[in-house]
Design a protein around this ligand. Sequence first.
Ligand code: FAD
Length: 437
Amino acid sequence: RTAVVLFTRDLRVHDHPALATSCAAFDRVAPLYVLDPALTRLSSNRTRFLHQSLADLRHALRRLGGDLVLRHGDPVAETVRLAGELGAEAVALSADVSRYAARRADRLRAECARHRLHLRFFPGLTVVEPGASTPNSGDHYRVFSPYHRAWSGQRWRDELAVPSRVVLPDGARVGRLPAVPGGESPEAAVGGETEARRRLDRWVPHLADYGDRHDDMAGDATSRLSPYLRFGCLSPLTVANRAGDRASPFVRQLCWRDFYYQVTAAFPDIARTAYRRGATEQWRYDDDAIADWTVGRTGVPIVDAGMRQLRAEGWLHNRARLITAGYLTKSLGLDWRTGLAVYSRWLLDGDVANNSGNWQWVAGTGNDTRPYRGFNPIRQAERYDPEGEYVRRWVPELAAVSGKAVHQPWRLPEALRRSLDYPPPSVARTVDPVWLR
Ligand code: FAD
């Protein structure tokens, strides 16, 4: 008896419910990945990370006696075709929440029914499955705190071991993995489960400091595990279990991730439409301002530092995300969807649920219970980069300015200001924010 396991955003062999269960229930298992051009054209950073992760997954499966079957094209058509070629009777995959994933699931259901294939969805992309707990008042949690309480008190599934053996069906053509393509960010992290587990091991001893240090932008004291969670090189359940204490500030962040997954499952239009009913959306149009923001030449150092880190690393610190996104939407009054698209092109961890959920939170159209909160980038900079170290790291034009003066170059003595190759704040052209006066 043979099954096809379709890999998607779960590129690992540890704690992989669809793989582990299929290996236990079937004599032969064909692990499949389908390179879908609809996804790989979105971001060259993520496509590079994906290829690295696939190469690593293939190694891991070969060590278990199996292999990774690689196909190009439409995942649904290729899955059903492979099942036909191998005489498989079942297809298994991890359940996902985006609109793309929901459509793929619907089409798989229809095609599997037509070909008399047994189709089964498994957990594995979140700690707690979307919809596993719901409030009395609706089909999903709209506010984080009650969700966090329910999530922490819930029974989590047991972590699963690596299958002892993967037996590939006879005659399965595995296909060649294309050469790893170039990415856009020179300092981007390397993909794959091996690297992910190494990073998790190195991160665990720092967990105790996370609560005090995670907002220190220069200290860079967060786990940087997000791209590995995005591609499923790590199981979020494994990460949460390794952290130990469910009440810890770090595990709370993993809960935010689950929170946005259950929001997206219930509201799949989250990347396009305001989530909050009655949210006012009156955005300006300003191509110059968007261009300055995208390349990190707004003239507001903490914003420019963030955007340059994004382009260099394909990743940026959470506080820098809040500041750059707050600046775009609340200071410049520009549409959150524009910022979401720029992030989506560069971010290794960019995904529909977390990217859209967080952008909407910042823009006041999402789950924030205080959608009209103000935004002052200078106060943020002085609080979370008090010595200006983060700014000087990413904006070398300001390296000669010491201490926190670096946050407001427009207030420097004129001679020094003129000597710097750094623009005045472009926001002054169109709006007049209080923090600039
Ligand atoms: P840590 O601080 O070490 O946290 C551990 C894990 O918890 C992260 O890896 C991540 O999986 C999860 N997490 C942490 N904060 C959040 C959060 N606010 N929301 C959801 N999950 C969280 N995260 C993404 O994974 N993908 C995105 O596309 C994304 N876009 C964002 C856009 C904006 C405008 C903002 C403000 C935040 C966004 N985030 C996104 C959330 C957060 O900034 C990143 O998850 C975090 O910075 C990743 O770094 P880390 O792994 O070191 O996080």
